[in-house]
Ligand binder design. Structure first.
Ligand SMILES: Cc1cc2nc3c(=O)[nH]c(=O)nc-3n(C[C@H](O)[C@H](O)[C@H](O)COP(=O)(O)OP(=O)(O)OC[C@H]3O[C@@H](n4cnc5c(N)ncnc54)[C@H](O)[C@@H]3O)c2cc1C
Ligand code: SF4
Length: 585
């Protein structure tokens, strides 16, 4: 049992940043964008790297779990924990150095992706992974989740763009993780420091399990679950940062990172294609990929229908969508010269017409027209999740990925499975890499709903593994997918993951219960059958939302209200960077 008063006192004595153990702050940080809720002991807001090292040391001393946090936009529950939560987004967010000639930048983990890219834009550069939550997600969160975006067919995942990290290990030592030559690796493996033990363990496990890694890691571009032992098989350059990436804060705390940058594209064009059926759109996807697009993004009718709820979005959709297609694919091309783009659009359209794929092809060649397409795509997801009533569109099987050639058959089975379980769902996202977000509508406030949640989660895991895919293509394991890690990777690799965790973090301080040794799937649900909605009296009439509590429960924690770079949302948050001053807070 942790003595919370003494712990708080020691933190206050040693940190320059903020220490908050009050009930309101703890409640604010008890949720992220997942279906879970865990009340932390307290929250710290570090100001410097010294603060972060002291936080790790004190957590180790008190045996207190530590969950790092950026924007808190994780959908799997990995940004919440029962111990101390450390928020890097307010202060620990500086861009430290940019090397334009060599195309890299060094940054602290709390920097928001849009802010980083705004600073890089004058140099004609950007950090490539382009996640939908770029307006509020941090680079620290992206690295820990190994995030990727709509253009991952071109740029891959965050792991492909992290050159080096400085990491605090569980004993408080600070190590640099970067590319090592064979001799350097031999040297760092010597001795009895924690760092040496970590290197030795990773090298040994990757060697011992080469064939199991080859057999069990899905052959898809989008797999972020488990630990990245596949990045350490012999003959690959050894860089321990590739293991820290994707480890969801369970192996160490990142103090800063050196990130590879890419040039901004010179010219872009979009073709928005309407389809009679969802399966036709998925059938067309491999043919579209052959035209080497930078993105192929899908929205189905369920998602598109939600854009009708807002007059602004309705106007936006009418600029490029006619009627009510069952599915829409937005295909984007990058080119060095704008004059090369029309021929590529022509070729794609001709190919699709010849194969009888699609019935309407809308070209967006101007930046404003392209922005309309991408804004609608981003807003549609939020609207489809913000449902009135107790049954909600939930993130729990929302992130599976299969090879694009198998996507059509997979989604046909997936949608049928969801219907068999008495639910429905929209289908949305990254067709280019076989990673589609499907969020079944479930009422977790009932026992029946909780059972439905469990059985859909299990059926989804069985199905995606049957198709040789991954349970998580970008959102990570957290609390919602970690229970399936052994099923996905098999007992041998699961045991190897445990050895990794125990070597790096013998006292299980760093974000416990994520990736290995997780609690049961339905532990810690935010709204479970025992949840009772408080319905305070209000002056205004919220009846159409089911009262003010109903309006509050429409928030699924996506964090749009934490954006800082542009837009009109939450000016108070923009100034104070306080979670309490965002609408989510
Ligand atoms: C609407 C919506 C759309 C999304 N779209 C995408 C998408 O397109 N692509 C995608 O990949 N993801 C997407 N996500 C998921 C999420 O936004 C990303 O994973 C994002 O990178 C998380 O960043 P964050 O700052 O919010 O991290 P958080 O949620 O705060 O934390 C994520 C993880 O990082 C760990 N962490 C944070 N800082 C550190 C540190 N310094 N050291 C060690 N560990 C640390 C945390 O402990 C946690 O495990 C989406 C989420 C939502 C809600
Ligand atoms: S308050 Fe609104 S914008 Fe903020 S997280 Fe909730 S739903 Fe998103």
């Amino acid at each position: 049992m942790i003595d919370a008063d003494r712990f708080r006192h020691d933190l206050q004595a040693q940190l320059e940043g903020e220490v908050r153990f009050d009930a309101v702050t703890r409640a604010l940080y008890s949720t992220d964008a997942s279906v879970y809720r865990i009340l932390p002991i307290g929250v710290v807001v570090p100001k410097s790297r010294t603060d972060v090292v002291r936080i790790v040391t004190l957590c180790a001393q008190y045996r207190c779990p530590l969950t790092m946090r950026g924007g808190g936009t994780s959908q799997a529950g990995q940004a919440i924990g029962s111990g101390l939560v450390a928020d890097t987004s307010k202060f620990f967010n500086r861009l430290l150095e940019v090397n334009v000639a060599q195309r890299w930048a060094r940054a602290e983990p709390g920097i928001v992706l849009d802010e980083l890219n705004a600073a890089l834009k004058p140099h004609g550069l950007r950090f490539a992974p382009d996640i939908s939550t770029a307006s509020r997600a941090t680079v620290g969160g992206m690295m820990a989740n190994n995030s990727s975006g709509a253009r991952s067919i071109l740029y891959g995942k965050t792991i492909d763009h992290v050159i080096e990290q400085e990491v605090v290990l569980s004993d408080g030592s600070v190590v640099r993780c970067g590319p090592l030559s064979g001799t350097e690796l031999d040297q760092v493996c010597e001795g009895d420091s924690l760092e040496a033990r970590c290197y030795r363990t990773v090298r040994r496990l990757a060697c011992e399990h080469v064939s199991e890694i080859e057999r069990r890691y899905p052959k898809v571009l989008r797999r972020v679950g488990g630990y990245n032992l596949d990045a350490f098989v012999p003959d690959r350059p050894f860089n321990l940062a590739k293991l820290i990436v994707g480890s969801e804060g369970t192996l160490g705390v990142v103090l800063e990172a050196k990130l590879a940058l890419v040039p901004l594209p010179h010219a872009k064009a979009v073709l928005a294609i309407q389809f009679e059926t969802l399966l036709e759109a998925l059938d067309a996807t491999p043919a579209i990929i052959a035209h080497t697009p930078s993105a192929v993004e899908l929205m189905d009718r369920f998602i598109l229908d939600h854009t009708r709820q807002s007059a602004t979005l309705d106007r936006l959709r009418n600029t490029f969508i006619e009627g009510d297609p069952e599915a829409l694919l937005c295909v984007e091309f990058y080119a060095d010269r704008a004059e090369d783009l029309p021929a590529r659009l022509d070729a794609l359209e001709a190919d699709l017409r010849a194969r009888r794929f699609g019935y309407r092809y809308h070209r967006a060649t101007e930046p404003a027209a392209q922005a309309a397409v991408w804004s609608l795509r981003e807003a549609a997801l939020g609207l489809s999740m913000a449902m009135k009533g107790d049954a909600k569109s939930l993130s729990f099987v929302e992130d599976t990925a299969v090879a694009p050639e198998r996507l059509r058959d997979y989604i046909e089975r997936f949608v049928a499975m969801i219907r068999e379980h008495g639910s429905e769902a929209g289908v949305y996202a990254h067709a280019s890499v076989g990673c589609l977000h499907v969020r079944p509508v479930v009422n977790l406030k009932t026992e029946t709903g909780v059972r439905q949640f469990e059985s859909i989660a299990q059926a989804s895991a069985d199905l995606v593994l049957e198709f040789g895919g991954a349970l998580s293509g970008e959102h990570g394991d957290g609390l919602v997918r970690s229970p399936f890690m052994e099923q996905m990777f098999g007992p041998v690799l699961y045991d190897a993951f445990r050895q990794v965790k125990r070597t790096f973090d013998p006292d299980n301080i760093f974000n416990p219960g994520k990736i290995v040794d997780s609690p049961p799937l339905t532990a810690n649900l935010r709204y479970g059958p025992s949840y009772r909605t408080q319905q305070p009296e209000t002056f205004f009439d919220y009846a159409s939302y089911g009262g003010i509590a109903g309006a509050v429960e429409m928030c699924s924690g996506l964090g749009v209200c934490r954006k800082t770079v542009d837009g009109t949302m939450c000016p108070s948050y923009m100034v104070t960077r306080e979670e309490a001053h965002s609408t989510r807070g």
